[in-house]
Design a binder for this molecule. Structure first.
Ligand SMILES: [Zn+2]
Length: 262
């Protein structure tokens, strides 16, 4: 795997706010290199993988065997925590969110969805990112979601769709906890006026810098979420810790959320 101890130490040091959810858990070799999502409710686990944990991208020119070793190791780490399902997808920058029940074990890779929800204990959900925002959603009543939110997905309302999926099952947005994970910061992300207008809904005269997480934060508040945290990490500014598409990386991070077995 790429990365070294110094990168890992820096990653951990930058994540001092990691919540109590993972404290004391015996984490396997992959998850121990990841940054925990802070302040998750009891029974919910969440992480963002790091450069030190290696790329999980299946569309780079890295030998597929090396990438698959990491996916297998990640599943083994989850299995050691009693989590036997891992759902992911080939993503299309859309706003479709898939729901996952039980009755299966292993690794699922859907096509054409950008978010996942589950209320089934023993299930982990993953999105791949490298500058886009991994959005973790958790409800203390036992429901989780993870969303891939780049500018297109944010403009298309994937956060609204994800929260609506949970609300339909009785898990109100007002009681959900939302975490906006490491992604490209506003200073690093210059885009054209059409992108600015699509995401912010406000007219733009020309190129400008876009902070997608700021828009996601606005959206989350407008949708009634009260408990929101925003990671300070920028995939481009802190490229030693993360993968950045704009920074020229083909590698991909994972945003992970899991519901532990009862
Ligand atoms: Zn930055």
């Amino acid at each position: 795997m790429p990365g070294n101890a110094a990168v890992n130490a820096a990653g951990n040091a930058g994540n001092a706010t990691g919540g109590p959810a993972t404290t004391g858990l015996p984490l396997g070799p992959v998850l121990s290199l990841c940054e925990p999502v802070p302040d998750l409710p009891e029974g919910v686990l969440g992480w963002t993988t790091t450069r030190a944990a290696g790329s999980f991208g299946l569309s780079s020119n890295e030998p597929v065997a090396e990438v698959m070793v990491r996916w297998d190791a990640l599943q083994a780490d989850f299995q050691a925590l009693g989590i036997e399902r891992l759902a992911s997808a080939h993503q299309v920058h859309g706003a479709e969110v898939a729901s996952h029940g039980g009755g299966w074990r292993g690794w699922l890779r859907l096509r054409g969805v950008d978010g996942h929800v589950t209320t089934t204990p023993g299930t982990a959900l993953a999105v791949t990112v490298a500058d886009c925002t991994p959005v973790a959603v958790a409800h203390p009543g036992g429901a989780v979601a993870v969303l891939h939110a780049g500018w297109r997905g944010t403009a298309a309302g994937i956060l609204r769709v994800g929260l609506a999926e949970l609300a339909q099952r009785g898990f109100a947005a007002a009681d959900c906890r939302v975490h906006l994970g490491p992604s490209i910061c506003g200073r690093c992300y210059e885009v054209g006026p059409e992108v600015l207008e699509a995401v912010t809904g406000r007219p733009a005269a020309g190129k400008g810098c876009l902070d997608v997480r700021a828009t996601l934060l606005e959206q989350a508040r407008a949708l009634g979420v009260r408990a929101i945290t925003v990671d300070e990490g920028c995939t481009r500014c802190h490229q030693a810790r993360y993968f950045s598409h704009r920074g020229g990386d083909a590698g991909r991070l994972l945003g992970l959320v899991a519901l532990r077995s009862a």
